[in-house]
Write a protein that binds this ligand. Structure first.
Ligand SMILES: CC(C)[C@H](C(=O)O)[C@@H](O)C(=O)O
Ligand code: SF4
Length: 471
């Protein structure tokens, strides 16, 4: 019987196992950011311990860095977390892409970009969207702060062996349908907890024809379905992305690594605990209308009716979501008015996301009721986008063009959506208060966000996209 990539990587990393207990897993890469690391470093200091493998650890600051004026940081909590991270990295010998570094950015954007994220690795970070790195064929998952301390001290972590779930996506996506729509569709169809206890492997022709940026978007949101991680078996697309990256293997070492990575891909006869099939033609541009990412519909649909709910629990949760969102049952999704647009976050702030959004925005103006932000995921993305002139397309249309960071994805910095206002956002979470107290989030793709910015309401991008923007 063949093995899946999940079992292959897992088995190679188990350093200790005992019947009925979690496995002790070796960790190849530990990514660190300013929010979930301070207590972990204090713990080490108190116990007089060192970081075991600073060379397998890499830090950046992203959650609360300002994305407008970098030179004056007024927020005391943010400033404290940033200087604490600098101090900790210096003391424990950990490489850091600090606020002034050309490598700074959202931790899940810079790992791949710098060639730190590689196939076959086990990767952890004190952050739930670590699943993003699975796009390269690695097992990557988020850990808690006490576990951050454990990994810093031992380079290992305790984890029960996961169940395996294969999501096979066939077919060619329709016009206006992106990787973001595919993952939102999966969530809308299977709920916010279908992945509990599983690591997902995404496969099928739709995945194979995706770029690395697109695969990252899909893997990123695995966690919104409750999964422990999500990944894609590596292939030529993966290897060519990695080639030439700053910390990736080079020359002969790379050739040797690629030969090993090829062996990692799941065997044709691998067996999974569960399999889900999806046909991409079922999918249209998607929009979340509720308060979890599974409360999502196709753009031309209506918000569900209370009378369609299967039970009282469902009815209550629909009622609560509608009241928080200021929407009514049966309302048309494309009637929702938008006051804010956020293009950014570890889901959709990479170069391709910005290129696609710019195609929609080119030569148009942001609607007068809308405030729109583009926040590149990293300084490298920002620089490349500027070299291509994308920043000019956005700013001429009336978008704000920012420095890299998590920004409006979560209300931990200055980029906040005011109470009661609606934001079309390319991020991954729409929980109550996520973008600010009382803020109303609609999760969409970058091109849907761009269309919302121009028309001031949720708009089916497939109807307004120029011919040259159709893939
Ligand atoms: C702040 C951090 C712990 C958090 C996470 O783990 O995901 C954040 O990145 C988020 O997206 O909510
Ligand atoms: S961009 Fe958003 S989801 Fe991603 S790490 Fe930052 S806060 Fe979390």
């Amino acid at each position: 019987m063949g093995k899946s990539i999940i079992e292959k990587i897992w088995d190679k990393h188990v350093v200790y196992e005992e019947e009925g207990k979690p496995d002790l897993l070796y960790i190849d890469l530990h990514l660190v950011h300013e929010v979930t690391s301070p207590q972990a470093f204090s713990g080490l200091r108190m116990k007089g311990r060192k970081v075991r493998r600073p060379d397998k650890t890499f830090a950046t600051m992203d959650h609360n860095v300002p994305t407008d004026n970098r030179s004056e940081i007024h927020d005391k909590v943010a400033l404290n977390q940033m200087t604490t991270l600098e101090k900790n990295c210096h003391e424990f010998g950990i490489p850091l892409a600090g606020i002034d570094s050309p490598d700074q950015g959202i931790v899940h954007v810079i790992g791949p970009e710098l060639g730190l994220t590689l196939p076959g690795k086990t990767i952890v970070c004190g952050d739930s969207h670590t699943s993003t790195h699975g796009a390269f064929g690695s097992i990557a998952f988020g850990i808690g702060t006490s576990e951050v301390e454990h990994v810093l001290a031992t380079q290992t972590i305790w984890r029960a062996k996961p169940k395996t779930l294969k999501i096979d996506i066939s077919g060619t996506p329709n016009k206006g349908v992106t990787a973001k729509d595919i993952i939102l569709y999966i969530l809308s169809k299977h709920g916010f907890d279908f992945g509990t206890g599983y690591i997902i492997e995404y496969s099928g022709e739709a995945i194979r024809s995706m770029s690395m940026d697109e695969r990252m978007t899909i893997c990123n949101m695995s966690i919104e379905g409750g999964a422990r991680a999500g990944l894609v078996s590596p292939d030529e697309t993966t290897f060519s992305y990695i080639t030439g990256r700053k910390f990736a293997p080079k020359g002969e070492e790379l050739a040797k690594a690629v030969a090993e990575w090829r062996e990692l891909a799941s065997d044709d006869d691998a067996v999974y605990d569960k399999t889900i099939h999806i046909n991409a033609v079922e999918i249209a541009p998607m929009v979340s209308w509720g308060t979890n990412p599974a409360m999502t519909s196709r753009v031309h649909e209506r918000i569900p009716y209370l009378s369609d709910c299967k039970n009282e629990i469902e009815r209550k949760s629909l009622q609560n979501a509608l009241s928080y969102m200021g929407l009514t049952e049966g309302q048309r999704i494309d009637d929702i008015q938008i006051q804010h647009v956020f293009i950014g976050s570890c889901t959709n702030s990479r170069l391709e996301d910005l290129r696609q959004a710019a195609e929609i925005v080119k030569g148009k103006q942001v609607h007068s009721n809308v405030r729109a932000l583009v926040v590149p995921g990293s300084q490298q993305v920002k620089k490349q986008a500027e070299e291509e002139g994308l920043h000019r397309i956005f700013t001429e249309a009336g978008f704000e063009w920012r420095e890299s960071g998590c920004s409006m994805c979560l209300s931990m910095n200055n980029d906040i959506v005011p109470a009661g206002e609606h934001c079309a956002s390319t991020s991954n979470r729409n929980f109550e208060g996520r973008q600010g107290t009382g803020a109303r989030t609609h999760l969409v793709s970058p091109i849907m966000a761009a269309a919302a910015a121009i028309y001031g309401k949720i708009t089916d991008v497939s109807e307004v996209m120029p011919e040259e923007a159709v893939k």
